[in-house]
Write a protein that binds this ligand. Structure first.
Ligand code: NAD
Ligand code: HSO
Ligand code: ZN
Length: 432
């Protein structure tokens, strides 16, 4: 991996390079995505099937697009029962964590006759995109669906690309069944997002689309936003490791590669105060990569967005980490908790040498759909909040309104809105 000293210019170059991965920079893909969305919007199922044939090489029609109960039963037969057990345990952890995020309606009432409150309502329908191009992601099924179930969403329509035989990976189907998905469709990419947003003969429109995906998926979500709601746009995976001389170089290398293997556009960055560690990690990266099955993707992503940066001190390391605002941040230093308090921007923070990133991807419970491309500066992990909406509750009795109504009338008149003033004053006409 390339090793460099962390200097101001280099820091700026790296940030620019990382930001190139942002969906805002992908004009080249935008046109293709716009055409796909327009196609599905106007020609519905027929366009959806056509694009599925073109991009996934699968023959899908109105009779085969929706996954049947028999296909799900078959998936359970195909999948190793021990994997089913792990999916169940992991689902339990995810459910327990997200239950703590649940928000409840509340009402405050005062003796004067004022009731104020907030009513929490789950969204009625959600579309969950599960990526399936370069890898299958049963874990992402759990991460997207379980918070929706905890929130109380009734209709959860999942889409994921089929393989060239029109099938979906058995693990993805098992995870969907375990998590409680109500409908599963064989559709991927921008065409799936368009179908969920605009509806087709086979897929009914949803209110919100969530889930990560490649550049086509991300841009399609961006394009349909406003017509439906979306979660934040989770793009290619990222890891940033902050390490000092106490870190184990094999662990650091392994953790960097865990995210580099996702995608050629994934990013893996080490910032360390130890030059010795920098060189050791680079060696370990080479050794691991040589024997890893996804070495081609890894090599490309490391060439594109892999860096080992040597910082003069931990303050400089932390400052850079905050600017990069990585999706995942691992802290492998003498006192990780002390450093964590200085972290302003990161999607998920992993502390200590036994908290490797995949623990969060699969098992611990917090969501693995996290802000990428520097958006951890203002976005949060996917959560139960993404699946609810709130309504304000206001109720005043006559006794509560009477002492304040003239103030409200005055305020409305000050805005020149006499109908507003009238709607308050009309209730006290006899006192005027
Ligand atoms: N942030 C997260 O939580 C998270 C979780 C899992 C995966 N990911 C990321 O999601 C991404 C998954 O990407 P993927 O490609 O494996 O799967 P994907 O399902 O997102 O994309 C596959 C689809 O892309 C479309 N496509 C491919 N080439 C196309 C072309 N030339 N023109 C138009 N459409 C085309 C096809 O329709 C195909 O079905 C990776 O970047 C991975 O890092 C993120
Ligand atoms: N690391 C990914 C999010 O960036 C999530 C994932 C799913 N499976 C493995 N990893
Ligand atoms: Zn991962």
């Amino acid at each position: 991996m390339r090793i460099a000293r962390l200097e101001k210019e280099l820091k700026e170059d790296i940030l620019k390079n990382l930001l190139k991965r942002s969906p805002n920079q992908y004009e080249a893909y935008e046109k293709a995505v716009a055409e796909i969305i327009e196609g599905v919007k106007t020609r519905k199922d027929s366009a959806l099937f056509e694009y599925t044939k073109r991009f996934d090489r699968a023959e899908i029609d109105k009779d085969t697009i929706r996954v049947t109960p028999e296909e799900i039963e078959e998936a359970y037969r195909l999948i190793d029962p021990e994997v089913v057990q792990v999916i169940r345990k992991s689902a339990e952890n995810i459910r327990a964590y997200h239950e703590k995020q649940k928000q409840y309606s509340w009402f405050d009432s005062e003796p004067s006759g004022i009731i104020l409150g907030q009513k929490v309502t789950p969204l009625a329908s959600v579309g969950v995109y599960v990526p399936g191009g370069k890898a299958a992601y049963p874990s992402s099924v759990l991460m997207n669906v379980i918070p929706a179930k905890v929130a109380g969403v009734k209709r959860i329509a999942m889409t994921t690309p089929p393989d060239s035989e029109g099938k979906i990976y058995a693990g993805t189907l098992v995870a969907a069944k375990e998590a409680g998905v109500t409908e599963i469709y064989k559709a991927g990419g921008a065409q799936a997002i368009a179908a969920l947003a605009h509806g087709t003969e086979s897929i009914k429109k949803v209110d919100k689309i969530v889930g990560p995906g490649n550049i086509y998926v991300a841009l399609a979500k961006k394009a349909v936003y406003g017509h439906v709601s979306i979660d934040s746009i989770a793009g290619p995976s990222e890891i940033l490791v902050l390490a000092d001389e106490t870190a184990n170089p094999r662990y650091v290398a392994a953790d960097l590669l865990s995210q580099a293997e996702h995608d050629e556009l994934a990013s893996a960055i080490l910032i360390t105060t130890s030059e010795k560690l920098a060189y050791q990690v680079s060696e370990e990266v080479d050794k691991f990569t040589a024997v890893l099955s996804r070495k081609e993707i890894i090599n490309k992503s490391l060439d594109n967005y892999g860096y080992i940066l040597i910082a003069s001190n931990l303050e400089e390391a932390v400052e850079t980490a905050n600017e990069i605002a990585s999706e995942h941040l691992e802290i492998l230093t003498r006192d990780p908790f002390a450093l964590m308090t200085k972290i302003q921007n990161a999607g998920a923070i992993f502390l200590g040498e036994y908290s490797s990133e995949p623990l969060g991807d699969y098992y611990a419970g917090p969501n693995h759909v996290l802000p990428t491309n520097g958006t951890a500066k203002f976005f949060s992990p996917l959560s139960v909040d993404d699946y609810i909406k709130k309504s304000s509750i206001i109720s005043y009795s006559r006794e509560a309104l009477e002492p304040v109504y003239k103030d409200i009338v005055r305020f409305a008149r000050a805005e020149g809105l006499t109908a507003h003033a009238n709607s308050i004053a009309v209730r006290f006409e006899e006192e005027e």
